[in-house]
Design a protein around this ligand. Structure first.
Ligand SMILES: O=P(O)(O)OC[C@@H](O)[C@@H](O)c1c[nH]c2ccccc12
Length: 264
């Protein structure tokens, strides 16, 4: 059965073929080398988590499950708002066809603030990882559900070679096992997506139920469906201090005010 994740991944394979006709891996490597060094995504989250909830605030214009989320969309302005509101890091959707994002938004957002930025996209090929660094990303997302353990390990290692931090995303125990099998060592962030990318069902219990099964040292980010201070408090009580939040901030006139209220 084909679902949205399969549809997106099929489109990504087309995008990757198209990318290879317009540029080369060698040229992207050169561009990556010319970038400012990464800003330290994991480190910024870790510093913020010492004092309270550490938030990766997401610049997300639209999504397959919600359609258009914010009509007045200015990535640079949103980045500055999130920084003022106390975000530790930014996430920028660069996928065009399903999230109405783009690389230009990542570039504009990063230029408008001092925060580290993750490229939020469906990355399944080396060329996309190198391209992420070439446009200035500090971190990349790797979705465990989109690949097997060997590929996860390969793409993780390529990202580390590019000095990128890595957020590995899972949403169930099977995907967690895949991450364990990939033997990524230390230093990656483990995102638990409360939204099932195949059905769109969103349950905060997804994070809480997987906590017991995690290796103790891992740095967990709870992702999706965080909308209220009570959601943040509930996670903090269970020891989860890192959050990825998009929609509930993007829908507010002032994302800065909304973020301050969310984290108290
Ligand atoms: O808008 P929300 O419910 O706060 O969720 C943000 C983020 O977790 C979500 O956008 C996300 C999590 N994993 C992804 C993978 C691809 C695209 C998007 C995502």
């Amino acid at each position: 059965m084909s679902d949205i994740l399969d549809t997106i991944l099929a489109r990504k394979r087309e995008e990757i073929s198209a990318l290879r006709t317009t540029t080369t891996l060698a040229s992207l490597r050169d561009q990556a080398r010319d970038q400012d060094p990464p800003r330290g995504f994991c480190a910024a989250l870790r510093r913020a988590a010492v004092h309270g909830p550490a938030v990766i605030a997401e610049i997300k214009r639209a999504s397959p499950s919600k359609g258009l989320i914010r009509a007045d969309f200015d990535a640079a302005w949103l980045a500055a708002e999130y920084e003022q509101g106390g975000a530790a890091c930014l996430s920028v959707l660069t996928d065009r066809d399903f999230f109405q994002g783009g690389d230009e938004y990542l570039i504009a957002a990063r230029a408008a603030c001092a925060l580290p930025v993750i490229r939020k996209d469906f990355l399944i090929d080396e060329i996309q990882i190198v391209q992420a660094r070439a446009i200035g990303a500090d971190c990349v997302l790797l979705i465990a559900g989109a690949m097997d353990a060997a590929q996860l390990r390969r793409l993780h290692d390529i990202a580390r070679e590019q000095s990128l931090d890595v957020l590995v995303e899972i949403h169930d125990a099977e995907e967690l096992q895949r991450v364990i099998d990939a033997q990524l060592g230390e230093g990656f962030l483990l995102g638990i997506n409360n939204r099932n990318l195949r059905t769109f069902e969103t349950r905060l219990e997804t994070t809480l139920e997987l906590l017991d099964r995690l290796p103790v040292s891992v740095e967990v980010v709870t992702e999706s469906g965080i909308a209220q201070p009570a959601d943040v408090q509930r996670m903090m009580k269970s020891g989860v201090r890192r959050f990825l939040v998009g929609e509930s901030l993007m829908r507010q006139p002032s994302p800065a005010t909304a973020l301050r209220q969310l984290i108290g």
